[in-house]
Design a protein around this ligand. Structure first.
Ligand SMILES: NC(=O)C1=CN([C@@H]2O[C@H](COP(=O)(O)OP(=O)(O)OC[C@H]3O[C@@H](n4cnc5c(N)ncnc54)[C@H](O)[C@@H]3O)[C@@H](O)[C@H]2O)C=CC1
Ligand SMILES: O=C([O-])CC(=O)C(=O)O
Length: 339
């Protein structure tokens, strides 16, 4: 269904911002885990997004309050809260994009893989419901370990006969957000102008920022590049340690998740040249899933882009991340098929 708002003040504003050409389609977005540390600010940011017409906030507890609160914001979308599994169907039906930040976060001393035992089951059951109630939705997976939860989702969808590799995304945008911020600080350039691709996966050394391709060019010494790479790879841990037991990145993740969901919506709406890094099914390397730049379109992934030229250190980083990433992918596939 399309709502003709092109001639209204809101429509003209959207056109100016390059969001749409003729009309703004109705788009339903669901946030699963909406009452959590990421879920709440992400729900607010999605409420601020003019491309969303219906916003479904789902969690196993506390969603009515979050939904009532967010619903008072005077923007386009209608907000509804859903709580508990028997309301999941209603939350999902008709969704164009489903964002999943459901699951437990890290505490100091833990790796993302330490979250596998709890989050794998959560993701598996949510994806089974997605396959049933909104099989055509684009799925934005935030729950960790992303390197395993994305393969789990793919297996669940394959078993249900609904898998479309163009519609499943691991959200790695926070790695890009961090790489941009840290690079701008070191290179003393305007952060708003910075672009840095981040490839690989979303844990430790599997996060591979390609500072050799960063723009604007700054010709930083190799030791600065090494330090920036390490800080980007350890960005999540930096926040986990600073929060000292009270969870992991929530606000910056909500920001990153909102950027990625907005890119998905723009792609669906036919906005050209929407490119973001994401962990997707891939033939860029020999691994079945890999994060790289992805062009988004009306069906989700339009093109998985290659890595481009790598520096010697990036090439070495690429080779050394492969065994860990491969093991995490295989762990996810095994879990989905055994349980
Ligand atoms: N991809 C990325 O870059 C990042 C991923 N994360 C991950 O996001 C996840 C969520 O983190 P936080 O929001 O900080 O955790 P949180 O504990 O604050 O919130 C999680 C929410 O999920 C809900 N939940 C649990 N089981 C559920 C189910 N079956 N269905 C629906 N909701 C369910 C909980 O009730 C809670 O409200 C963690 O796994 C974390 O590691 C965090 C930061 C960055
Ligand atoms: O580090 C964590 O556990 C959360 C996360 O994925 C991130 O902040 O990048």
């Amino acid at each position: 269904m399309f709502r003709s708002v092109a001639r209204s003040a809101a429509g003209k504003n959207l056109l100016r911002r390059g969001y749409a050409t003729e009309s703004v389609p109705d788009r339903k977005v669901a946030v699963l885990g909406a009452a959590g540390g990421i879920g709440q600010p992400l729900s607010l940011l999605m409420k601020l997004n003019p491309l969303v017409s219906r916003l479904a906030l789902y969690d196993i507890a506390n969603t009515p309050g979050v939904a009532a609160d967010v619903s008072h914001v005077n923007t386009r979308s209608e907000v509804a809260g859903y709580v508990g599994e028997d309301q999941l169907k209603q939350a999902l039906e008709g969704c164009d994009v489903v964002i999943i930040p459901a699951g437990v976060p890290r505490k100091p001393g833990m790796t993302r893989d330490d979250l596998f035992n709890i989050n794998a089951g959560i993701v598996k059951s949510l994806c089974a419901a997605i396959a049933k109630y909104c099989p055509n939705a684009l799925v934005n997976m935030i729950s960790n370990p992303v390197n395993s939860t994305v393969p789990i989702a793919a297996e669940v969808f394959k078993k249900a006969g609904t898998y479309d590799e163009k519609k499943l995304f691991g959200v790695t945008t926070l790695d890009v957000v961090r790489a941009k911020t840290f690079y701008a600080g070191k290179a003393k350039v305007n952060v708003a102008d910075v672009n840095v691709p981040v490839v690989g996966g979303h844990a430790g050394i599997t996060i591979l920022p390609l500072f050799s391709q960063a723009t604007p060019k700054a010709n930083l010494p190799e030791e600065d590049i090494k330090a920036l790479t390490k800080r980007t790879q350890d960005g999540g841990t930096e926040v986990v340690e600073a929060k000292a037991g009270k969870g992991s990145a929530t606000l910056s993740m909500a920001y990153a998740g909102a950027i990625f969901a907005d890119a998905c919506l723009k792609g669906l709406n036919g906005v050209p040249d929407v490119v973001e890094c994401s962990f997707v099914q891939s033939t860029v390397t020999e691994l079945p899933f890999f994060a790289s730049k992805v062009r988004l379109g009306k069906n989700g992934v339009e093109e998985v882009m290659g890595l481009g030229p790598l520096s010697d250190n990036e090439q070495a980083g690429l080779e050394s991340l492969k065994p860990e990433l491969k093991a995490s992918i295989e762990k996810g596939i095994k879990f989905a098929n055994q349980n």
